[in-house]
Design a protein. Structure first.
Length: 363
């Protein structure tokens, strides 16, 4: 196939592009605006492949998107381009509305025009794969809030869970999900949707919890934990996610939604302490890294718990994660230890791992 990937220089997008080029015979057209979180260094290993092309453009630019579709004639679109950091969305929601909502709308309209130029066989094989997040579902009951006999059977997000986004980021992603499904029903665009849990792994921009903690720990800086660190997330190794996405675009049924999770529910404080223990083993020093942990004011509107039921993608497509949290986290820490040059190159003068997302003068 000829696959157009939006946001292919980002964290998940670059993992997907590397997976396709390294493990299939398909070609990739990577369309990325190269914002602060997009970095072509993440694609150095495959940039010279004859099956890889790169276009530096904003997905909101309809004229350029039309040109790209016409030039490359994709058999599928995998749409990952998005603003994705909750804290940034709290500080400045405008970029999230523009990219996540207007950008998705633009791609859908360009796809609609492109499909009108294809013959019936080409239309039948085409897919628009929209990659989204579990955060659109809001949050789930937390075991600390329930009686012991109830917490043994905590609910999970399924493909039928109602949307209840909490942040500007998740609200913008929920909006894009609704647009995609509306363009399927109204215009017949052949779409498939995936909603994933928290990703982690190599090439992750250090505004997110795991890379931030690794780098701060190595530099002897504080390891900030929001609130008491009791928020629970389901952690998914990014390379497992890339495999799942490829399974969906090649085997998934049009009109279906597939939740992708790692089956790894962990409290944020557990995650931070696990990183500290790995670093104690790999880069020992006089004091324990956990002594650098500090507790800071919680994020506004912080969701309490996310957890994915990924049984559908397993039963329908045969996918399940290869990594446990323990094996994936150790691989991640080792990667950051071995790739300090990459870490320095992605941190420019505009971001030095300071806290984002604080509201000044609350209404």
């Amino acid at each position: 196939m000829n696959i157009l990937v939006t946001g292919g220089a980002g964290f998940i997008g670059s993992a997907l592009v590397r997976h396709i080029i390294n493990n299939t015979s398909d070609s990739v057209i990577n369309v990325d605006k190269l914002t602060y979180a997009g970095n072509l260094e993440s694609l150095k290993d495959i940039e010279h492949s004859e099956r890889y092309s790169f276009e530096c453009h904003d997905i909101c630019n309809q004229e350029e998107m039309l040109r790209i579709f016409k030039t490359y004639q994709p058999d599928a679109v995998m749409h990952l381009a998005a603003e994705s950091h909750v804290d940034r969305s709290i500080t400045g929601p405008s970029d999230f509305i523009q990219t996540n909502i207007i950008g998705t709308y633009t791609l859908l309209e360009v796809t609609r025009e492109y499909l009108s130029t294809l013959d019936e066989k080409q239309k039948q094989s085409f897919k628009f794969h929209h990659i989204s997040t579990d955060e659109v579902y809001g949050d789930l009951p937390h075991p600390d809030e329930l009686d012991e006999h109830l917490s043994a059977a905590l609910p999970l997000f399924t493909e039928k869970t109602s949307y209840a986004p909490s942040s500007p980021y998740s609200a913008s992603k929920a909006s894009s999900d609704h647009l995609v499904r509306a363009w399927l029903r109204t215009y017949g665009i052949p779409v498939v949707v995936t909603n994933c849990s928290n990703n982690y792994g190599p090439y992750h921009f250090p505004e997110k919890l795991i890379p931030l903690v690794i780098l701060n720990a190595l530099e002897g800086k504080p390891l900030p934990v929001y609130g008491e660190g009791n928020q629970i997330r389901d952690w998914l190794y990014v390379e497992d996610h890339a495999r799942a996405l490829y399974e969906v675009v090649t085997k998934g049924q049009v009109g279906e939604t597939y939740n992708i999770g790692g089956h790894n529910e962990k409290k944020n404080l557990e995650v931070v302490k696990s990183i500290c223990e790995i670093l104690d083993n790999l880069v020992p020093k006089e004091k324990k890294y956990s002594e650098q942990i500090i507790f800071v004011a919680d994020r506004p509107g912080h969701d309490k718990r996310y957890a994915i039921d990924a049984s559908k993608i397993y039963s329908d497509l045969g996918w399940k994660p290869a990594e446990t949290f323990e094996t994936g986290l150790r691989k991640t820490v080792e990667w950051y230890l071995d790739n300090q040059v990459w870490c320095q190159s992605v941190q420019n003068g505009s971001y030095q791992r300071e806290r984002l997302g604080q509201i000044k003068g609350k209404i």
